[in-house]
Design a protein around this ligand. Structure first.
Ligand code: PLP
Length: 377
């Protein structure tokens, strides 16, 4: 099969390319029958590869000896295990979570403000009501669309003060910003391999050892009976390598992606003052832009940019061939009409300023054409 992909890739929050270092790490493993459950030599080698990855991931999150790591196949599965596995807990979340959280916990939703930040006073009010009960609150570390970083340390202090547990979906934050599970004192955390330059098929749920989770899969009892199914040794080995590389290069990542992000944002602001850059003035991931183009739907923009050589995203996941409601921007108080003109640009280490310049030209072309036609009408 011929594989020819020419577009410039600006969709790193959806998934990332694997680096050559990660490919080299896993290539020799792909042709070996590495089943961790086996007692023979192949099984022992497989186990040592998995334990090595577990150690690297624990170190990259600064997980103390109080934490345990379970490998799963994707963050969606880790989130489901965290939320459904705590059977006796009342669970709550925020309006801006990924569907793998939001669609499970639709009751008791915490609002966000116009910048996409949770309200710590609403959180405290909720915790006060739940005081004395077994409860869990799931708050994402950084949003996949706007990149907004939540005040997790303060949230965890509040939740613990009232005896609750805190889970955080750190899929977008881990590997992009410094993330220390012990310092934040989080009870459960989800991370995903393919979001940080590792292979598909690996994710982790990291949680305090004293928490009892109920498995969601009956089977062979792998991963300490929490995640049955033959362990994906090559993917987990690549996940470990990708975590190590990402965490060792956070400063370079910030410098590189933020420089390109600022260029795009400043250029677009100079084209029109009407474009909204969501959460522009609060702490965000350095690689993420959520941006509107006045009077142009995000569907039209995605097609225009694709035809002009850019892979970008409309932000909201597609459902039944229709773009879902832009829940994140709407929960920040923006109208559906404005929110439906928002696209997401998410950058990575392979992007360049040259690419950003071409993108701004393509942006200006669509903006000028549409708005000229509107004025003429
Ligand atoms: N959580 C967040 C914040 C995400 O952005 C995503 C993917 O877009 C997921 C969870 C799901 O990740 P996975 O593809 O590993 O299931």
């Amino acid at each position: 099969m011929k594989l020819e992909v020419k577009n410039i890739y600006f969709d790193y929050n959806a998934t990332c390319p694997m680096s050559s270092a990660v490919c080299n790490e896993i290539l020799p493993l792909l042709s070996l029958p590495l089943n961790t459950s086996a007692v023979h030599e192949h099984g022992k080698v497989s186990k040592s590869i998995i334990e090595n990855a577990r150690t690297i991931i624990a170190k990259s999150l600064n997980a103390s000896a109080d934490y345990k790591i379970v490998f799963t196949s994707c963050a969606t599965e880790s989130n489901n295990l965290a939320l459904k596995g705590l059977t006796l807990y009342k669970a709550f979340t925020t309006t801006i979570e990924h569907p793998s959280i939001f669609n499970i916990l639709r009751e008791g939703i915490l609002p966000v403000d116009g910048n996409g930040l949770i309200s710590l006073s609403s959180l405290e009010e909720l915790c006060r009501e739940l005081n004395g009960q077994k409860f869990l609150i799931s708050i994402m570390a950084a949003n996949n669309e706007t990149g907004v970083i939540q005040p997790l340390k303060k949230a965890s202090e509040i939740i613990h003060r009232y005896g609750g547990l805190i889970h955080s979906d750190a899929v977008q934050a881990f590997g992009k910003i410094h993330f220390d599970i012990s310092d934040l004192n989080l009870d459960l955390v989800t991370i995903s391999s393919h979001k940080i330059g590792g292979p598909f098929g690996a994710s982790a749920l990291i949680f305090k050892k004293n928490i009892e989770l109920t498995t969601q899969l009956q089977g062979g009892g792998q991963e300490d009976r929490l995640r049955s199914g033959t362990v994906n040794t090559p993917a987990i080995a690549g996940f470990g390598k990708a975590a190590e590389i990402a965490v060792n290069n956070l400063d370079e990542y910030k410098y590189h992606t933020q420089k390109i992000r600022s260029y795009i944002e400043n250029e677009i602001k100079s084209i029109t003052a009407e474009a909204i850059i969501f959460s522009e003035n609060v702490e965000r991931l350095p690689n993420t832009i959520s941006l509107t183009m006045p009077n142009v739907s995000n569907e039209t923009q995605v097609i225009h940019f694709d035809l002009n050589g850019f892979s970008i995203s409309a932000g909201s996941a597609c459902s039944s061939n229709r773009l879902a409601l832009p829940r994140v921007q709407m929960s920040m108080g923006f109208s559906e009409e404005i929110s439906r003109t928002a696209i997401r640009i998410s950058l990575g280490m392979n992007n360049t300023l040259e690419e950003a310049k071409k993108f701004v030209q393509a942006w200006k072309q669509l903006f000028d054409n549409t708005n000229k036609n509107i004025k003429a009408a």
